[in-house]
Design a protein around this ligand. Structure first.
Ligand code: PLP
Length: 400
């Protein structure tokens, strides 16, 4: 097989299928009654959305654009889980009234429910409510925001959650059907999810809620050596939930993103030049940090090297090589490659575990979106053509 033109993302369909099946197996075994909502924001590649849709996942969306993407790709309103602080009122109404899942994030949305319920007095509105709670106190050092609070949903500790629940309970034709407890953590530990489940029990009891679902959100690990897998999370979650909930009455909803797609996705880049400047060896590659770490937070990468098969020269051992991207930004340096053989043009650096927060968080900067391929047993297929100026200019108006 000839080498594909770099840079490109490559998704391994078999590994993706394996992770999806591991998720459904773990959920089936631990709770039985569940819904999977695929987190669009983590990677909204249309091929991937189509794949999870065929597997039965709902669309977990957090904006009007994501909602419309879901519709464009064939999701019905009742197959959508609508989360986040930035919903549009029209799509909010469509999903809610079609029987989709809407998790309220703020008072403005409680107000929308009240308006709609008055306009449709015979309709029964089922909503979920996102709880903001002090997970850090339950799991010290593990959450993303630490001592500082998260900024999504209604805060339990300050009484805002109680207030919102009271407002909803006062609407005669509205019902709180679910709790949404997504919280981002640094650790993605089993303990985080145990604590989230414990919180669900506490809220149910304290507010006398009769819940048809508990939405645990996303934030699981998957495919990371030495870290938990789906089969570690769900028995622990089920153990906690079963104190107050029964699978026959309450579904769990999970919203995986990164855990499904990390392991199956690589980003293939190639060295096109090397240069020595004041004693530093810079290795210039056609992939950029913007392709796989657009928010500039990663401190290390998983990767392997595929040496240029056509290079037969000798390779010195170098103490340091600075692996850099193609952009004209000095910060576009990926990592130090220390005490290794020198890299030469045509060598490939293949980054692993790069499925989440890359393809859809990639800026259109200097080079447009790279191609994406999917590999299965017998072939490699292109699922997104590299963007060119043609895609870039769409919607632009120049002659004004
Ligand atoms: C980001 C997000 C997810 C997915 O998170 P992962 O870390 O990709 O699993 C799920 N639900 C909500 C509400 C989110 O904001």
């Amino acid at each position: 097989m000839s080498r594909l033109q770099t840079p490109y993302f490559l998704i391994d369909r078999q590994i993706l299928t394996q992770y999806y099946n591991m998720l459904t197996d773990a959920l089936t075994r631990s709770w039985g009654n569940y819904i999977i909502g695929y987190s669009f924001k983590t990677n909204s590649l249309p091929w991937l959305i189509h794949f999870v849709k065929l597997k039965g996942a709902l669309a977990e969306v957090v904006s009007d654009d994501e909602y419309r993407l879901a519709k464009y790709l064939g999701y019905q309103d009742n197959e959508i889980i609508y989360n986040g602080p930035y919903k549009s009122k029209d799509s909010f109404q469509s999903v809610l009234m079609a029987g989709g899942i809407v998790n309220l994030d703020c008072l403005r949305e409680v107000e929308w429910v009240r308006e709609l319920s008055q306009q449709n007095p015979d309709f029964c509105f089922s909503v979920g409510i996102r709880a903001n709670f002090n997970l850090e106190s339950m799991c010290p050092g593990e959450t993303t925001m630490g001592e500082e609070s998260g900024r999504f949903g209604f805060c339990y500790e300050t009484g805002k959650l109680a207030e919102a629940i009271a407002l909803l309970k006062a609407i005669p034709n509205a019902k709180i059907a679910g709790l949404h407890l997504h919280s981002s953590s640094k650790s993605r530990s089993v303990n985080i999810f145990r604590s989230i489940a414990r919180m669900a029990c506490r809220l149910k009891q304290e507010f006398h809620l009769d819940l048809s679902y508990v939405d645990l959100g996303g934030g699981y690990c998957g495919g990371m050596a030495g870290r938990p897998e789906y089969c570690d999370y769900f028995p622990a979650i089920a153990e906690e939930l079963s104190v107050c909930f029964q699978p026959s009455e309450t579904k769990i909803i999970v919203e995986p993103g990164i855990s499904l797609i990390s392991k199956c996705t690589t980003f293939v880049t190639e060295v096109f030049d090397t240069r020595d400047i004041k004693g530093t060896r810079y290795v210039m590659t056609d992939g950029s940090r913007f392709n796989i770490d657009a928010t500039m937070i990663k401190s290390s990468y998983l990767f392997h090297i595929e040496q240029n098969p056509a290079y037969f020269g000798s390779r010195r051992l170098l103490t340091d090589q600075v692996i850099s991207g193609f952009t004209c930004m000095e910060c576009d340096r990926l990592f130090h490659y220390e005490n290794c053989e020198e890299l030469v043009p045509g060598d490939r650096i293949v980054y692993e575990n790069v499925g989440g927060y890359t393809m859809s968080l990639n800026p259109l900067f200097i080079q447009y979106f790279p191609s994406v391929y999917v590999r299965d047993d017998t072939k490699i297929s292109m699922v997104r053509k590299k963007w060119t100026p043609e895609e870039y200019v769409q919607g632009s108006i120049t002659d004004v």
